[in-house]
Design a binder for this molecule. Structure first.
Ligand code: ASP
Length: 406
């Protein structure tokens, strides 16, 4: 990040600098963002189908399944709502000047034109159109366009449920297939992430020479602070929940989970942190092993409160920078898509920004905004991963309590 900014600043001083960056540096940023978008649909397919079909053993094994999933859903919805409130109050995207905004919009004019056409279409449709749009009439054509991500999610959920409903012997081959498909996709993300430092360098250098506007950088900073504030509120909320329902002090919880939070912060991956989370929750937060050993692995994949909150803030921030006024309906839509996107996100670095495409396209916000926020995404990913695993730990304490009572 620092090298990209420095290089951009230096090049901005030379006559040929801007041309050089847009010809020779910017393409690498574009390639990088394209590769993130490329992996979105396969990732959703693989991780949702695998995630849902894994639930088979869980619901069979234990009555905790239902409670766990219900609490996970509730905490995620709360997280998205907090995100929406914080970003609407602080309005980090509104801090840029009209001049910069017009430049941004002009740069992405074709994208914006497209969105306007879509908006016009929706105006003329009935109240249940959103529901109709979720159900694809053809899965191949649905999967051929990132804009149809919700349709792909719908199909994946249906597919996963059907896999649970047929006899185990029959579903085994397809289950094995999707398990290994999922591993392959995660490896591809790994490979893409190896290039992340170069992508970030290119994106930031481009950002600096194309918009040497301090207000844009300032708004990115404000966006980061807004997100960190939202995440902090969530952590406080966990402490309150833990206190009310399990009578454990904030100190007890924080001391118990801190080592896992540090690992989450440094790896940016809930999956990589899982072994530590399980150890801390079982050995230091007093959760029975039978609870922690199944609540936490599901939580690592489907319960990402930090990521959900981030989706809401990032989407609204991008809309604000482009000067789009999101209606109440659009914001309610974000609650739904951000929840689904956080469930569909894999527990690996940067998965959150990949599935952000879903939220953006559904709300009619220019996907071009991805390039804008990717520049600062890594540190924010580290922070949201901390919250993701803290949320899992909180829910496992609740389920532990609930089971004891029963
Ligand atoms: N890195 C996050 C996690 O593993 C997911 C994300 O990118 O938001 O929990």
């Amino acid at each position: 990040m620092a090298l990209g900014v420095g290089f951009g600043l230096i090049m901005a001083n030379f006559e040929f600098g801007k041309g050089f960056i847009s010809d020779w540096i910017k393409p690498f940023g574009t390639i990088f963002i394209n590769s993130l978008k490329l992996i979105a649909i396969p990732l959703i397919l693989a991780s949702l189908i695998k995630g849902i079909s894994d639930l088979k053993d869980i619901t069979k094994l234990s009555r905790m399944g239902g409670a766990t999933i219900a609490i996970y859903m509730i905490t995620t919805l709360i997280a998205v709502s907090i995100g929406l409130i914080v970003v609407n109050v602080i309005k980090p995207g509104n801090s840029i000047s009209d001049e910069t905004r017009i430049e941004l919009i002009n740069a992405y004019e074709s994208d914006a034109d497209q969105k306007r056409a879509v908006a016009e279409d929706t105006k003329n449709s009935g109240p249940l159109q959103a529901l109709i749009d979720v159900v694809p009439s053809n899965i191949v054509s649905a999967a051929s366009d990132n804009k149809n991500m919700l349709q792909v999610i719908f199909f994946s959920i249906l597919f996963g449920i059907a896999m649970i409903l047929i006899p185990e012997k029959k579903s085994r081959p397809i289950k094995d297939f999707f398990d290994s498909f999922n591993d392959v996709i995660l490896k591809i993300i790994d490979l893409i992430m190896l290039c992340a430092p170069y992508g970030v360098f290119a994106l930031l250098a481009t950002l600096i020479v194309e918009a040497p506007k301090w207000d844009l950088l300032k708004s990115l900073l404000l966006y980061s602070l807004t997100l960190v504030l939202g995440l902090a509120i969530l952590i406080v909320l966990y402490l309150i929940i833990v206190k009310i329902f399990t009578r454990k002090s904030p100190n007890y919880f924080l001391k118990g989970i801190l080592p896992a939070q540090l690992v989450a912060f440094s790896t940016s991956s809930s999956a990589a942190t899982l072994p530590v989370t399980m150890d801390r929750v079982h050995n230091h937060l007093g959760v029975k092993e039978e609870v922690s050993s199944f609540v936490l692995p599901i939580g690592a994949t489907i319960n990402m409160d930090g990521t959900a909150l981030y989706q809401a803030i990032a989407a609204v921030f991008i809309a604000q920078t482009f000067g789009l006024d999101l209606s109440l309906g659009a914001q309610l839509g974000i609650i739904l898509t951000a929840t689904l996107a956080s469930i569909g996100a894999a527990a690996v670095p940067s998965a959150g920004i990949i599935v952000l495409v879903i939220v953006l396209s559904q709300a009619g916000i220019p996907e071009a905004g991805l390039a804008l926020i990717f520049a600062v995404d890594r540190p924010l990913d580290m922070c949201r991963t901390v919250v993701n695993i803290s949320g899992d730990a909180t829910v496992s304490m609740l389920v532990n309590k609930f089971i004891k009572k029963k």
